[in-house]
Ligand binder design. Structure first.
Ligand SMILES: *Cc1c(COP(=O)(O)O)cnc(C)c1O
Length: 392
């Protein structure tokens, strides 16, 4: 079969139909599988083929459909679906690391990713070095003694700085390290991470893949050898597998992800443009604006600005709270990638646990607002943001 476009793959990729020929993907809500004979059970435990299942923690037909569909979209050889985004991040790292290994990571990370790298891995004898992910010279220096893996978020949370996947991958590969990229903010729609040099890509499927706020999930993508040889044995024995019901939600999410994310991006750009001239806004970070320090890199790496916008309001926490409380359509929450637009005040929520110095170092000021732009009408969203800014 000739290769298909990503929207075709998002709708049809990986579909397996039962004898009933159901149009929508079936949910196989089963933990186990019955065998025709004792001989068949023995053979399957010896070596099971791609459409042969043993136990839902090892694999399930609905989960396999999701894995095949997301692998097609990402341009990866294979995928393993996980119970949450954090199960994916932990699985990708822990399955391939051992005592004595060295990891170089960008310091601007989602809080739970930071916890794994800063607090868990060192307990098992893994050395972790944190650097400024946007600084290629810092990567080169930190990688000079050699490393087993590098880890970074390709677009940082919440300040939306871009890490150059191609540039870091070249340095990492020269140092003998595998490149693990948390690509949530870039989304599978704009990602070309594997072609750009990433060895392993992880997503929290909770975000744009579900896209409608229903379920936690995650996925690890990479070569067949890495996914089936390294990740699968770790995940299937440690219990972080995705449930069939969640896989069905994520399959349905993938059907519309391209439409949603592109619509969200149009509105995100409109909001970023509108706030950039507002008197109460002191700084705007949106990779799709020419004023973004890495606009050219964002264009090369993603071809778009994405669905998130960050901006700083004059007047610190009080003004930021007045802004959030004045919003009429946009909801106050800490999630992202949802069909519903969401405003977050990182300093008092997602990044509350960081010290003042750490927050200052990462550019998370008390006036910073992070918007996850949804699929509502662009004009309504722009108007809501501007009226809330006028009110603060
Ligand atoms: C949300 C998120 C995660 C964790 O995903 P969960 O599904 O909440 O476990 C990891 N990395 C990034 C960048 C995220 O935004």
């Amino acid at each position: 079969m000739t290769s298909k476009g990503s929207r075709t793959n998002a709708v049809h990729g990986g579909t397996k139909r039962s004898q009933w020929g159901e149009l929508s993907e079936a949910i196989f809500l089963t933990q186990g599988f019955a065998y025709d004979s004792a001989e068949q059970a023995e053979a399957r435990f010896l070596k099971s083929g791609p459409d042969e299942f043993i136990y839902a923690r090892y694999g399930n037909p609905t989960v396999a459909m999701f894995e095949e569909r997301i692998a097609l979209l990402e341009g990866a050889e294979d995928a393993f679906a996980t119970a949450s985004g954090m199960a994916a991040v932990n699985g990708a790292l822990t399955s391939c690391l051992k005592a004595g290994d060295r990891v170089v990571a960008a310091k601007a990370l989602f809080g739970s990713c930071l916890y794994i790298l800063e607090s868990i891995l060192p307990r098992y004898g893994v050395e972790v070095v944190f650097i400024d992910g946007g600084d290629l010279a810092a990567w080169e220096e930190a990688l000079a003694p050699g490393a087993t893996a590098v880890f970074f978020e390709s677009m940082s949370n919440p300040t939306l700085e871009i890490v150059d996947i191609e540039g870091v991958a070249k340095l990492a590969h020269a140092a003998g390290a595998i490149v693990i990229v948390d690509n949530v903010f870039s989304t599978p729609v704009y990602s070309d991470a594997i072609a750009q040099g990433a060895d392993v890509v992880v997503y929290s499927a909770t975000k744009h893949i579900d896209g409608q706020g229903r379920a936690l999930g995650g996925v690890i993508l990479g070569t067949r050898e890495f996914i089936r040889g390294t990740v699968e044995p770790y995940m299937k024995h440690t219990g972080g597998s995705m449930s069939p019901f969640t896989a069905w939600i994520m399959l349905k999410g993938l059907e519309t992800i391209d439409l949603r994310v592109r619509a969200q991006t149009v509105s995100a750009k409109a909001i970023a443009e509108a706030v950039s001239t507002h008197a109460k806004v002191t700084r705007v970070s949106y990779p799709g604006l020419e004023s973004h320090a890495q606009h050219a890199l964002a264009q090369r790496q993603l071809g778009a600005g994405g669905t998130m916008v960050a901006f700083e309001i004059d007047g610190g926490k009080e003004a930021a709270f007045r802004f959030c409380n004045a919003l009429e359509i946009i909801l106050i929450s800490n999630n992202l990638g949802d069909a519903k637009s969401i405003a977050t005040h990182p300093a008092t929520t997602t990044h509350q646990r960081l010290s003042l110095e750490q927050r200052a170092d990462l550019g998370i000021s008390d006036g910073l607002i992070r918007l996850s732009v949804g699929i509502e009408d662009t004009d309504d969203l722009v108007a809501d943001v501007l009226q809330a800014l006028d009110a603060c």
